[in-house]
Design a binder for this molecule. Structure first.
Ligand code: HEC
Length: 121
């Protein structure tokens, strides 16, 4: 009888561990630039096109020199993270880790040849 609470405790602990191990914070590793290209193809290309130049959709082009939400790495990362309410640009905060979002921010800025590359790009 005394073993039951103990066993339950272990189950609870392993469940907590599994949750912890699956959390983005622990999976987070610096994403390399090559990962950004693969991430872009998987999550972004269908709307923003291979060359980031989808001028058919309002505000979706990265090559027209217009960044309606700001062109710094931080501002671009914030859009990717939170999305743009009321548009097809959905938040990626739950799908991607912070380092992946940072890498993508640098990557999409790279489509705009008028921008100075950010450090480490
Ligand atoms: C379902 C379509 C769709 C997908 C998928 C999508 N976007 Fe977007 N994105 C949009 C649209 C539409 C806008 C324009 C939003 C607006 O009007 O402000 C946008 C805007 C942006 C902007 C702001 C551009 C500016 O001018 O400031 C960035 C940055 C961006 N997207 C990055 C990404 C990245 C990175 C991904 C992949 C992780 C992605 N998007 C995936 C549709 C999409």
């Amino acid at each position: 009888m005394m073993r039951i609470p103990h066993a339950l405790g272990l189950v609870g602990l392993s469940a907590a561990l599994v949750t912890l191990l699956a959390s983005p914070a622990l999976r987070a590793q610096p994403a390399a630039a090559s990962d950004a290209s693969a991430l872009y193809k998987k999550h972004c290309l269908m709307c923003h096109m291979a060359n980031g130049n989808n001028t058919a959709v309002k505000n979706a082009s990265f090559t027209d020199g217009v960044w309606v939400h700001g062109n710094s790495v931080e501002q671009v990362a914030t859009v990717i993270k939170n999305g743009v309410k009321g548009t097809a640009m959905l938040p990626f905060a739950k799908k991607l880790t912070d380092p992946e979002i940072q890498a993508l921010a640098r990557y999409v800025r790279g489509f705009d040849k008028t921008l100075k590359p950010a450090d480490g790009q």
